[in-house]
Ligand binder design. Structure first.
Ligand SMILES: [Zn+2]
Length: 392
């Protein structure tokens, strides 16, 4: 179903009886939508996580997954899978939404995913559903799910990452403590949810660029020299000029681990195709990151790269799965089915990208979109023939 990017169990059921599928199912028939619902309610996620673990080991052995700047990088982020006013289960989260002046209860599911990020490859490794009624403060339930997820990943694969990059929500004592205990580091976006830290960082690392060597006299640690560089230009993405400022030794009332704050000021232009014309708009953006990695272990450019790589779980992860793999569809409303299908989807996603990036010959990729390649695979499965054709 995921391989052919079919949007539902019912759609898959339409293909029942077609002889071409028997070859891929070792002579068996496709299951019905009801059979799929029954089975996915009962599959143990542990076994699927072991399969993903085997996939991880193989990708690692074959050098598909490797370090960046000498560190293995991973990301965690939350995602809402779907919502409904009508259908709910015992594990549904609830919120009150005002629709046309009327208050209605909306049911939804949210999960936290863990992704390993490498040069040219991203591997979605594991996921954890948020539990209802777990915490009262907004965001706490997502962090609680993330802590369960990171603990499990590290118990099973202690060396799969060194640095975790994440959104401002995860810049909390509980996350830092867990990572510190396991010898790992955190790079998190610094936003208004840590007001004391952000205000202190803004004072010490002002938005206006300082001249080289003119560090603030109030810095908690001597501010290292500023760093300037240009991001490499890519097709349709002109180079940006980046100025980094950083200082170490930040602490808050709740976070006792000394943090380093990196501030980046990025300027350049954004090129967009609007109504058939290339339009350039100026970029003048500021980013703040807090990290447990000291300057002696990783320079500012490394933190800048890791901070920006966090977007890969959004862009190469959730966005692709929603727009291309139908993951926002509720295939069958049962908490186990939801989790199990996400894990199977992670496997399908990894196998597809491995095939596309590492197996498919460049001449077959050239001039074709990924979607075109997907259509060829789907057509070949339906027609009971190999694509690409076997060599010779
Ligand atoms: Zn539910």
């Amino acid at each position: 179903m995921f391989c052919c990017r079919l949007p539902s169990f019912n759609e898959l059921e339409q293909h029942r009886g077609k002889s071409s599928w028997k070859r891929w199912l070792f002579g068996h028939q496709l299951p019905s939508a009801d059979e799929l619902a029954y089975v996915t309610e009962r599959i143990e996620p542990t076994g699927l996580r072991e399969c993903l673990g085997q996939l991880y080991e193989k990708l690692k052995r074959n050098k598909v997954l490797g370090a960046q700047h000498g560190w293995m990088l991973a990301a965690v982020d939350g995602h809402e899978s779907f919502c409904s006013y009508k259908r709910c289960c015992e594990k549904c989260l609830q919120r009150t939404v005002t629709v046309g002046g009327e208050q209605k209860i909306q049911y939804y599911h949210r999960l936290v995913a863990f992704q390993i990020i490498c040069e040219g490859f991203e591997f979605l490794f594991d996921a954890e559903l948020l539990e209802p009624g777990e915490c009262s403060e907004p965001g706490d339930d997502e962090v609680a799910a993330a802590l369960r997820l990171i603990t499990r990943v590290l118990d099973n694969h202690p060396r799969c990452f060194d640095v975790l990059t994440c959104d401002a929500l995860y810049l909390r004592p509980s996350v830092i403590e867990l990572l510190e205990k396991r010898g790992k580091h955190l790079v998190a976006v610094l936003k208004a949810n840590q007001p004391q830290l952000l205000a202190e960082a803004r004072t010490l690392l002002p938005l206006e660029a300082q001249l080289q060597g003119e560090s603030s006299p109030h810095a908690p640690a001597p501010a290292p020299a500023e760093q300037q560089f240009k991001t490499p230009a890519a097709p349709g993405k002109p180079a940006r000029h980046v100025l980094l400022q950083q200082a170490e030794g930040f602490r808050t009332e709740s976070i006792s681990t000394p943090l380093r704050v990196v501030h980046s000021h990025e300027t350049g232009v954004r090129r967009q195709r609007i109504a058939g014309e290339w339009v350039e708009t100026p970029i003048d953006s500021h980013w703040w990151w807090a990290t447990t990695l000291p300057c002696s272990l990783a320079d500012g450019k490394t933190i800048f790269d890791f901070g920006h790589d966090r977007w890969k779980i959004e862009n190469e992860g959730f966005n692709e799965l929603v727009t291309r793999w139908h993951c926002s569809h509720c295939f069958h409303h049962h908490p186990n089915t939801i989790l199990v299908l996400w894990l199977i989807l992670f496997m399908a996603h990894a196998v597809f990208h491995c095939f596309y990036k590492r197996n498919l010959k460049p001449e077959l990729r050239r001039g074709h979109t990924v979607i075109f390649i997907v259509q060829l695979i789907a057509a070949s499965m339906r027609q009971n023939r190999w694509w690409p054709p076997p060599p010779g």
